[in-house]
Ligand binder design. Structure first.
Ligand SMILES: *Cc1c(COP(=O)(O)O)cnc(C)c1O
Length: 397
């Protein structure tokens, strides 16, 4: 299928709006949704050629689908990537990016501040296939080189990390990865390509949970792996046979979301900065963390590689675990829910929820302190968000 004309000189945000699958004879304006499991052929020869990879004809939606391709093409433009493969969730993207390149006897270097399920994959499942790992402190990239062994195949990081908002200089890591010929794989979920483009900084693979800021309204799950074609071909080969493909319905929803990604991230970031600034002097808090606050330990890195600080603000309540739960109970506007990256602001308390099964010592190791609160700043009026958090702090003493 021919793509609608797309000018490479357009800015990425224009391409994210204008890249579209070919207009059909109905002359629709918005891209159609191709909810079909498989595709037809005029004759046996056309079918033979499709299966022999001699044509670009679609075969089966587990492999590829025009609506899913539209989402991939928009994401490729946004990340500056040669190729991509879209998956059913962020975790299937992370898992596929591991399985495509790691085999028994290989070694993965990862930062310890990573998403909880990624930590579970690395520590509980990869060892079942004899794939070992070493963790490093994301804020100490100078310790990475000493961990690289002859069997190291990949370095995996999140920046900013979930939920601790630690950052790492991606150019520094890219130099280390190149020197040792290992793949640098970055989960760009928190920043999104609207604020940070890892491939331009020398990163090999970008993985995403599209469920968060990319969807932006808490509706559908999705994920994607992007990078050079030779790398994405390996991810495709794994996914084509194992089946974690993205649904065309979710791809259609997510493509519409990409049309507003830049304006949304601008507003999320502006409100988050305002909230962080307002909370910095609040007497109920031990500290406030936000990448674009000069008090952030890696403020210089944030300024260098991000266009804005993103929509997540973290703070530590005085009064620890119990205060954290009392604080959540006093919120009137913010939602208590497991998601983030929504138009509706969300508060979460990792120590009593996502990380409750870890011991306190284990939690501290991954940066989860007892009174840590993570705010996903939504698109409501920022004064209402600030007022709700301030009153909940006042009333949870
Ligand atoms: C949520 C999340 C994931 C997993 O994504 P799902 O879409 O929930 O599978 C991976 N990485 C980060 C940083 C996340 O926040």
């Amino acid at each position: 299928m021919k793509k609608r004309e797309n000018k490479p000189t357009w800015h990425a945000e224009t391409q994210a709006i204008r890249i579209q699958s070919e207009r059909t004879s109905h002359m629709e304006h918005s891209g159609p949704m191709y909810l079909t499991s498989s595709f037809c052929y005029d004759d046996a020869e056309a079918m033979r050629a499709a299966f022999a990879d001699e044509t670009d004809a679609f075969i089966y939606t587990r492999f590829s689908n025009p609506t899913v391709e539209e989402f991939i093409d928009r994401m490729r433009a946004l990340e500056g990537a040669e190729a991509g493969f879209a998956t059913a969730s962020g975790m299937s993207a992370v898992f596929a990016s591991f399985m495509a390149f790691l085999k028994t006897g290989d070694h993965l270097v990862s930062s310890s501040s990573i998403f909880g399920s990624t930590h579970t994959v690395i520590t509980k499942f990869l060892p079942k296939w004899g794939i070992e790992h070493s963790y490093f402190d994301l804020t100490k990239p100078e310790t990475v080189e000493a961990l690289i062994k002859p069997n190291t195949k990949m370095i995996f990081v999140e920046t900013p990390s979930n939920p601790g908002l630690d950052l790492v200089d991606l150019e520094v890591l890219a130099q280390i990865a190149k020197k040792h010929k290992v793949i640098l794989n970055v989960d760009n979920c928190f920043a999104t390509p609207a604020l940070q483009r890892p491939i331009e900084l020398g990163v090999d693979l970008v993985t995403h949970s599209a469920t968060k800021w990319i969807d932006g309204q808490g509706r559908v799950l999705g994920g994607i792996v992007l990078g050079r074609k030779e790398l994405v071909d390996e991810v495709y080969a794994f996914c084509r046979s194992t089946g974690p493909s993205m649904s065309p319905f979710n791809a259609w929803v997510l493509s519409r979301s990409l049309e507003t990604l830049h304006v949304r991230m601008e507003r999320h970031s502006a409100s988050a900065l305002k909230l962080a600034q307002a909370l910095e002097t609040n007497g109920h808090l031990e500290w406030v963390k936000y990448p674009f606050l000069p008090s952030h330990p890696q403020y210089a890195i944030a300024q260098k590689q991000m266009l804005a600080g993103g929509g997540i603000v973290c703070f530590e309540l005085k009064g620890g675990l119990e205060r954290g739960q009392r604080f959540l109970d006093k919120l009137e506007l913010l939602s208590l829910t497991a998601n983030l990256g929504d138009s509706r602001s969300i508060a979460s308390h990792p120590a009593s929820t996502t990380h409750a099964k870890l011991s306190e010592a284990e939690r501290v190791k991954v940066g989860i302190t007892p009174g840590l609160i993570r705010i996903s700043v939504g698109l409501e009026h920022v004064d209402d968000i600030i007022r709700d958090i301030t009153q909940a702090l006042e009333n949870s003493k």
